[in-house]
Design a protein around this ligand. Structure first.
Ligand code: DX5
Ligand code: ZN
Length: 226
């Protein structure tokens, strides 16, 4: 039988890091109306990455304003286990932590806390961390996030050398846990998305490509490959 891979399997997660924060309510409404599947929230602590962004109160306000939205929270913070419960209570649908952000025991605990609160979980790798670091982690995850830029800032250039890692992660998951999603984040635009999708990514984060454009719906369609 022919294997049918449908375009709509691709999920688009606009990162509000690139939105106009003075008009955040309208920005989120507009990307959701334009067909965004998830809202991606980049939480930065000035330690794990050299930048500060948003925290728990922002997630809580967005949850209150958008009760149905899927809030994809990307924690770029050290010792995430100390904060996971607060983000879960604030209304995160999904929480991704970085494997590099603490000891394996503490990262495992962070993921456990999120799951105990009914939140989906993801594990992310910085560009220098190999796919093999995921061995032993995959079975319980809902998503693996492969960073395609050095985390910390929007509007950077897509690192094509991360495509091999996306392929390797997808291969590992096909063997160990096929239902797990592969997300890519950083430099995703209509011209870089096809290679990421071909390598096995099915959730695409896009900040500047979406919010920097005049037509959110058109860009979201292009990113999906439609
Ligand atoms: C980078 C963040 C990304 C960023 C993506 O640390 O994790 O989510 O906002 O921005 P663009 O799509 O502009 O590269
Ligand atoms: Zn992100």
């Amino acid at each position: 039988m022919q294997r049918v891979t449908h375009m709509t399997n691709i999920k688009i997660a606009p990162s509000i890091l690139a939105a106009d924060f003075a008009r955040l309510d309208d920005e989120i409404k507009d990307v959701l109306d334009a067909g965004a599947d998830y809202i991606h929230l980049d939480v930065m602590d000035g330690q794990f990455v050299p930048n500060l962004s948003m925290g728990v109160p922002v997630v809580r306000s967005i949850r209150n304003a958008f009760p149905e939205a899927f809030l994809d929270v990307h924690l770029m913070i050290v010792q995430p286990r100390n904060m996971v419960e607060a983000f879960a209570r604030a209304g995160a649908s999904h929480i991704t932590v970085h494997l590099e952000a603490d000891t394996p025991e503490n990262i495992a605990q962070a993921l456990r806390i999120a799951r105990d609160h009914g939140v989906r979980t993801g594990l992310s790798l910085k560009p220098a961390t190999p796919a093999s670091a995921l061995e032993g982690w995959l079975e319980d995850l809902d998503m693996v996030l492969v960073m395609t830029v050095e985390p910390g800032f929007g509007a950077q250039r897509f690192m094509t050398d991360q495509l091999d890692k996306v392929r390797a992660v997808r291969r590992m998951l096909d063997a160990a846990h096929p239902a797990c999603d592969v997300e890519v984040d950083g430099g995703i635009k209509p011209d870089t998305a096809p290679a990421a999708i071909a390598a096995g990514a099915n959730v695409l984060v896009a900040g500047s490509a979406v919010f920097g454009s005049g037509d959110y719906a058109a860009v979201i369609k292009q990113l999906r490959g439609e």
